[in-house]
Design a protein around this ligand. Sequence first.
Ligand SMILES: *[C@@H]1O[C@H](CO)[C@@H](O)[C@H](O)[C@H]1NC(C)=O
Ligand SMILES: *[C@@H]1O[C@H](CO)[C@@H](O)[C@H](O)[C@H]1NC(C)=O
Ligand SMILES: *[C@@H]1O[C@H](CO)[C@@H](O)[C@H](O)[C@H]1NC(C)=O
Ligand SMILES: *[C@@H]1O[C@H](CO)[C@@H](O)[C@H](O)[C@H]1NC(C)=O
Length: 847
Amino acid sequence: MKCLSVLQLLLAAAAPIEAAFSWQNVNIGGGGGFIPGISFHPTAKGVAYARTDIGGLYRLNLDDSWTAITDVLATDEKWGSWGIDAMALDPQDPNKVFAAIGMYTNSWDPNNGAIIRSSDRGNTWSTTTLPFKVGGNMPGRGMGERLAVDPHNSSIIYFGARSGRGLFRSVDGGATFSRVASFTASGTFINDPSDTSGYSSDIHGLAFVTFDSTSTALNGATSRIFVGTADNITASLYVSNDAGSTWSPIANQPSKYFPHKCKLSPSESALYLTYSDGTGPYDGTDGAVYRYHIPTSTFTDITPFPADKYYGFGGLGLDTLRPGTLVVATLNSWWPDAQLFRSTDSGATWSKIWEWGNYPDQTLYYSQNTDNAPWVNAGYISQDSKKLGWMIEALEIDPTDSDHWLYATGLTLFGGRDLTKWDLPTGRNVTISVMANGIEEMAVLGLASAPGGSELLAAVGDDSGFTFRKEGDLGTSPKTPWMTPIFTSSTDVDFAGNKPDSVVRIGSSDGQVALSTDGGVSWNAHYGAGTSKSGGAVAYSADADTIIWSSSNAGVFRSQHQGTFTALASLPSGAVIASDKRNNTIFYAGSGASFYSSTDTGSTFTTVAGALGEATSVRDIVAHPKVAGEVWVSTNIGLFRSRDFGVTFSRVGSSSLSNTQHIALGVGTGSSWNVYALGQGAAGAKLYASGDDGLTWVDIQGGQGFGALSACRLAGSANVQGLVYVGTNGRGVMYAKGTVGSGPGTTLVTSSTARPTSTSSSVPTTSAAATTTTTTSKTASTTSSTTTSKPAVTTSTSTSQAPATTTATTPLAGRWAQCGGIGFQGPTACAAPWTCTYQNDWYSQCL
Ligand SMILES: *[C@@H]1O[C@H](CO)[C@@H](O)[C@H](O)[C@H]1NC(C)=O
Ligand SMILES: *[C@@H]1O[C@H](CO)[C@@H](O)[C@H](O)[C@H]1NC(C)=O
Ligand SMILES: *[C@@H]1O[C@H](CO)[C@@H](O)[C@H](O)[C@H]1NC(C)=O
Ligand SMILES: *[C@@H]1O[C@H](CO)[C@@H](O)[C@H](O)[C@H]1NC(C)=O
């Protein structure tokens, strides 16, 4: 071991060499989560946006790819900024874009919502904080759009709020908003009044704002405005004919269902509306489609094939170049598949995109192309009767091109460029392609990089997980997700240090454990998993013979040689766990203030007294991928390191880093390893890196948003110098490569002598953030908060951590569909109200 004087330490530490870390997504591709809305600019060709419920707003590029444009807003504190509840474009200015942001209206999101506005297509933003919360990941998020710009006057913007707060208006281009007191309906529907979390017990509120651009202007404002509410008892469609001064419910309107979409066909002077008996996005067993002729105030029921209905309607795309031509989608038709209907005569007659042939054959008037994200076919389309998708709220026909259309599902975003082929008398056949390039919405639950094994293993919510064998694969959407068995969600993954191609993963449903011996390319189910534990974390012993599983619901378990998992009494439920990566007999664990180690291959764990000083909460434990006995522990007060198998610990970087979350080690410069930590440091709550064993830390996050740090996962590359991965909760896996200041003590240390923590290294860590980011204007002008009809729903709990809630895009099996049985890989939960019912060992069915 090289010895350095204190002077050398100081000199080296004072001049860290840093190279910029510039962040980009690992290309999982295909979206991977629910996309509730798509908006095209009505006249400017190619200007379109897609909003997600947990992963921010995206802008469409000329090559059909998408660019994330709200990352800069999703700081640790403002992680809810990735919940986009509504968006609006200015019909008179294609450079302007607006969005209502905020994740939850209950206590889960500590912050109030905001309206953000951009005059450069989302490159930079200004923010107006609202005096209440916005719920981008709440029920009914596919209704809309709730935000709209007056087509006659760019200064006027309306926002229909949730939670019974009513209708808001800006007359200064979105800088300030005030309540429209004359609009008194509040959309009173509540999903489940008994939900004490506040998630399903909130008042839905308003569903959409639709201007009639053909109406005359009154004092420079569009006079006729329609507003929809979530209400199936009184009325749900209101109109103002005097630019918002007075409002009334429209007479003779349909009242049985909730309106989801309301779009104007200007040249027909008509509105088209889709209705469902639920507010979405998972429900819907009945519904309707209506056309409202404005001059005669007449509603016409134009529901396609009304006798067929066992679903509600969601997505609604109008071809404004061909008045009277439209496509509507079933919101959820869980079996056999979604249906899309097209009419070219204003809804008088319809055709389907598929029909029953000789049962059970289907005649498909489409082909599907998943070249952009092959795993969508391998893991889902080819494994399921549902090809077209589910949760279809977003469906748009390009206002400048009748052939170009896009629609989104709970899984991905589809589209095509030959939609008018639907109308051919013979050869009716449209091509539906995955067109989600650049949309990375995965909620990442576990990450690993195995030295000499797979470069990146990513366990994700809702889409099983993905393997990238080498660095060169990071830019290519994987051919398959983790399959045979496919898990709805994989919650963690680990490799065996001495056999790095041996990998274990666990899933979120009972009894889900799978093993791979080829680095996560192919898998086998572990048959000792039992049926009463799920989720949590997993650790694989160095020689791949023993698994410790800290489940999320039933305590900690151990399995050896693929035997049955047995309960480990010596560890508390929910313990953080890790395996030594070189010594097969050693495991580590932590819970609360306690650190535990096992020297008998996880059979028993004992507490290491006083290991972690004043720390009261162990957040993460990481063993060095190559060095036996070196283990790092992240706690509420920062980092600790042991080099003697957890017998003794030193506090590391205590002067510069505290409240750390996930940590990781990755190959650094030369033979050294970098340490990466998400925590509170000189530049705030961010991602820091150390090239000197934790003496000094630099901010390598820069202006990139990762959302809530506590919800992020972290991996350092075990193979590539300076490469680091951040798994986000809704924006996929991001990575960057750079050089971290190579300070003292970075040579590979194999001594097991615990080194005392240096206190002489309080380096003023100048931010290394050379990441190019656009500045976001932080002018948060407070809105005039007119008293609303309802007192504040919650007080913000500033200490609450970000819930690792993922978009629940769980595929559900429909009525009569198979939902279980030996070897069955499809969805094991049934769509409401059906129950998965055991028939025999090989077959369970939704009944
Ligand atoms: C747009 O609306 C604002 C707010 O009502 C008004 O002050 C302005 O005069 C209008 N602009 C035009 C061009 O009429
Ligand atoms: C309104 O919709 C909810 C949810 O579907 C349903 O439970 C309720 O019965 C409906 N109310 C009426 C009056 O139809
Ligand atoms: C449409 O094209 C697809 C792919 O070639 C084919 O499978 C399908 O049968 C075609 N549909 C019809 C009605 O010809
Ligand atoms: C692994 O750890 C055990 C228990 O501390 C020890 O006895 C053994 O020598 C170690 N083995 C190796 C290969 O380091």
